[in-house]
Design a protein around this ligand. Structure first.
Ligand code: HAM
Length: 411
C-alpha cells in the first residue's frame, strides 16, 4: 500500500526546512525588536469563530474551510487564518485587560483552495496583531515591521507595498451598495464567479483576476468618493507617517482584501516574481472584530505573511553552517573514533557520522552533501593519537590533535 500525500500539502525537509527555520529566526528577532509576544493556539477551533468574522459570503467560509463534526456533533474547523484564533485566545486568557496587546504567531493554516504554485491547502503563516490601539502609528509600525522582515529575508527582491483605506462602516456600506448597482449593469459580461457575488459580495469582484472583470472594474465606483471626514483624515495620516519613514508605497483603490473584517487601512506586500499568487504579506485594521468575537470593544490591526511564498523567493544555501562529517575507516577503530565524536559534540561542534566505516563511501556522501570538512580516523591516527582534518573544497588536509581540531572548528 503506497499512501500519497494529501493534495496541496507538502513535507518540509533539507534546504526547504533550512529556509523555514531561517524565516522563523528572523520573525522572532524582529518580533522582539518591535515588542511582540509569541502565542501558540490550537490548530482547530469552533467553526463559529470563523464563520461570521471572516464573512458568511467570503470565499474562505463558503468554499475553503476544513470543517467537520466532532464525535459530540459540535462543528470544528481547522484554522484558515490566525487573526481570529489569536483574538479568541487573548479573550479566553484575559490578555486584553492590558492593552495594547502585541502578539505574534507562526504556524500552519488550512484552506481547501485549488493548489497551484504558491497556493497550498496546508500552508504556514507568520502573523502579527496589535489589539487595543487606534493610533495610526500602530498601523505604520506593523507595515515597517513587515518591510524589515521581507528586506532581511529577500534583500535582492523588488517588493511593492500597496495600501488602501476601506474607510469606516458607513463608508463601506455605501460603497458596497453603489458597487452592486454598478455591477448589476454588467451581469452578463462578468465572469461566472463574479456574477455570483453581485448581490452579497460585490466588494470581492474588485479582487478578480479575470481579464474582462478587470476591464469592468476599471470604471467601477471608487471607494475614495465615499470616505467620511474621519476616514479621510486617518488615511492621510497613515500616508504621511509612511512618507516620514521613507517607505515607498502605491495607493491601490481596488485593494479590498479577501476577508470581511477590515476597515480603514488595508495593505499588501507584493512581488512580480511569483506569478498570480503574488501577495507575500497582507493585512489591515479590523475595528469591531474583537467585540464580535466576544471581547471588549477595542480596535485591532495586523498582518499575515505566507511563509511558503517567501521561501520560494529565497536562495538555496542562505543558511551558513560549518558542516563536518566524521569518517572512521574501520569498525575496529570505532572506540577511538567515538571518543573524538563525543568530544566534538561536548564542545558543541555539529558533526555527522554515517556508521559506514568505509572511506570511499563516506567521502562520496560528504561530497554530495556539500560538507565543508571531513575528519578521518585510521590506524595511523589511532597509533599517534591524532586525526586528519580535510577541507573538501580545496582537498587540503593535515594531521592534528583532538585539542587542535576543536580549536579550529570552533573558530
Ligand atoms: P490573507 O491575505 O488571507 O490574510 O493571507 C495572508 C497571506 O497568507 C497571503 O498574503 C499569502 O502570502 C498567504 N496565503 C494565503 N493563502 C495561502 C495559500 N493557500 N497557500 C499559501 N499561502 C497562502 C489573512 O490570513 C489575514 N488573517 C491577515 C491579517 C492578520 N489581517 C489582519 N491581521
Amino acid at each position: 500500500m503506497k499512501i500519497q500525500p494529501i493534495r496541496g500539502t507538502h513535507d518540509l525537509y533539507g534546504e526547504e526546512l533550512h529556509k523555514f527555520t531561517k524565516i522563523e529566526k528572523v520573525v522572532k528577532y524582529y518580533a522582539n525588536i518591535y515588542g511582540f509576544n509569541n502565542i501558540i493556539t490550537p490548530i482547530f477551533e469552533s467553526t463559529d469563530l470563523f464563520k461570521k468574522p471572516l464573512g458568511d459570503q467570503s470565499d474562505v467560509v463558503l468554499k475553503e474551510m476544513y470543517t467537520f463534526l466532532d464525535r459530540n456533533k459540535s462543528s470544528l474547523t481547522l484554522r484558515p487564518e490566525y487573526t481570529t484564533p489569536i483574538i479568541r485566545a487573548a479573550i479566553s486568557n484575559n490578555l486584553l485587560e492590558k492593552t495594547p496587546q502585541k502578539l505574534f504567531g507562526i504556524g500552519p493554516m488550512f484552506r481547501r483552495e485549488r493548489p497551484q504554485k504558491g497556493r497550498y491547502r496546508q500552508f504556514n503563516q507568520m502573523n502579527f496583531e496589535i489589539l487595543g490601539s487606534n493610533d495610526e502609528a500602530s498601523d505604520v509600525d506593523l507595515i515597517l515591521l513587515a518591510k524589515n522582515i521581507l528586506q532581511d529575508l529577500l534583500p535582492e527582491k523588488e517588493i511593492i507595498l500597496q495600501i488602501n483605506s476601506l474607510g469606516d462602516k458607513d463608508t463601506l456600506g455605501k460603497f458596497k451598495e453603489s458597487l452592486k448597482i454598478y455591477f448589476e449593469k454588467y451581469k452578463f459580461d462578468l465572469s461566472d464567479e463574479s456574477k455570483e457575488k453581485i448581490d452579497n459580495n460585490s466588494l470581492r469582484i474588485l479582487d478578480s483576476k479575470d481579464k474582462k472583470d478587470i476591464e469592468i472594474n476599471a470604471n467601477a465606483p471608487k471607494i475614495s468618493n465615499f470616505y467620511s471626514e474621519e476616514a479621510k483624515k486617518y488615511f492621510n495620516i497613515i500616508q504621511s507617517l509612511l512618507d516620514q519613514s521613507s517607505l515607498n508605497f502605491e495607493i491601490n483603490n481596488t485593494l479590498v482584501r479577501g476577508l470581511d473584517y477590515y476597515c480603514h487601512t488595508v495593505f499588501e506586500f507584493k512581488t512580480k516574481d511569483l506569478g498570480s499568487q503574488d501577495t507575500l504579506i497582507g493585512g489591515g485594521r479590523y475595528n469591531g472584530l474583537v467585540k464580535m468575537i466576544g471581547g471588549k470593544d477595542i480596535s485591532g490591526v495586523g498582518w499575515a505573511g505566507g511563509i511558503e511564498r517567501i521561501m520560494m523567493l529565497m536562495h538555496d544555501n542562505q543558511v551558513e553552517e560549518k558542516k563536518v562529517q566524521l569518517i572512521i575507516m574501520k569498525k575496529e577503530l570505532r572506540d577511538y573514533g567515538y571518543k573524538l565524536l563525543n568530544l566534538l559534540r561536548e564542545n558543541k561542534i555539529p558533526v555527522h557520522f554515517d556508521y559506514k566505516y568505509n572511506l570511499k563511501k563516506s567521502l562520496s556522501f560528504a561530497n554530495n552533501s556539500n560538507y565543508e570538512y571531513v575528519i578521518i580516523v585510521g590506524e595511523n591516527e589511532l597509533n599517534n593519537n591524532l586525526c586528519i582534518l580535510k577541507e573538501l573544497k580545496t582537498g587540503s588536509q593535515k594531521s592534528v590533535s583532538f585539542i587542535e581540531i576543536i580549536k579550529i572548528l570552533k573558530k
